[in-house]
Design a protein around this ligand. Structure first.
Ligand code: ADP
Ligand code: MG
Ligand code: MG
Length: 254
């Protein structure tokens, strides 16, 4: 089952081309990692998938579960199971984390034709899911991400993911700013949530995260496209040799 198929995708920011012909296919049950140097367009790709308005798709296609993802509004994408954990999670002062989670959760339920959970049932569910990321229930009563440390924000994103149970989870630099204990908790959460019927796309600059979440495929991105694809051993090779080696090899192939 193909979950995501990206063909020859090109995208601009303010008229500057950033994605320059990106190809990727993700099937159910797979964990993919995109690695690459800073500025190669990794975050741009994840934001294009989420439907961020600052990015303009100029060509190519993105098919998600048989439908044209690019035609869907950002909210529709998330309700139909595309989840993006941001590199820099947003703070929403004045909105409690619990309310925020319940609204997102019920919005997805509604989309699936299911009844909304009332506040009490949702409370039970969220408390059970807190365990996935070993999060203190006190975080539920605070404003969304406000004053959370980097690690707490990332854990909160995984909690959101544990509730929404996305079909395609996209994690952009979920490892950045995490100490080793937080990294293990986040990785363990992601591993628990990976199922045969869903897929995970991890975007990371470093190989470290991939010691804990083992990908089926590793893609190397540079200058707006995927240059090469391999198995999990490619991540180790990159760590040892750096990214220039892939670029040089790519040039040699041409
Ligand atoms: P990566 O995540 O691989 O580090 P990004 O996708 O963040 O790369 O950035 C790719 C390029 O696009 C960079 O040159 C960056 O400055 C540019 N870029 C990304 N988003 C914006 C934006 N909103 N406005 C202007 N330039 C942007
Ligand atoms: Mg970056
Ligand atoms: Mg980035």
């Amino acid at each position: 089952d193909v979950i995501l198929s990206v063909r020859n995708l090109t995208a601009d920011v303010d008229g500057t081309p950033i994605l320059k012909g990106l190809n990727l296919e993700i099937k159910a049950g797979e964990i993919h990692a995109i690695m690459g140097p800073n500025g190669s367009g990794k975050s741009t790709f994840s934001k294009v998938l989420a439907g961020h308005p600052a990015y303009t798709v100029t060509g190519g296609e993105v098919i998600y579960k048989g439908q044209n993802l690019l035609e869907l509004e950002p909210e529709e994408r998330s309700r139909s199971g595309v989840f993006l954990a941001f590199q820099y999670p947003l703070e929403i002062p004045g909105v409690s984390n619990l309310d925020f989670l319940r609204v997102s959760f019920n919005s997805k339920r509604q989309h699936e034709g299911l009844e909304e959970l009332d506040a009490f049932d949702f409370d039970d569910l969220v408390r059970e899911r807190l365990d996935v990321v070993k999060m203190d229930p006190a975080f539920l009563d605070r404003s969304v991400n406000e004053g959370f440390s980097g690690g707490e924000k990332k854990r909160n994103e995984i909690l959101q993911m544990a509730l929404l149970e996305p079909t395609l989870a996209i994690l952009d630099e979920t490892d950045s700013g995490l100490d080793i204990d937080a990294l293990k908790i986040v990785a363990n959460g992601v591993n628990q949530l990976a199922k045969p019927e869903n897929a995970t796309l991890m975007i990371t600059h470093y190989q470290r995260l991939l010691d804990y979440i083992v990908p089926d495929f590793v893609h190397v991105m540079a200058e707006g496209k995927i240059l090469t694809t391999g198995g999990k051993e490619l991540a180790q090779e990159l760590e040892a040799k750096g990214y220039d080696w892939v670029k040089a090899e790519d040039v040699a192939e041409v």
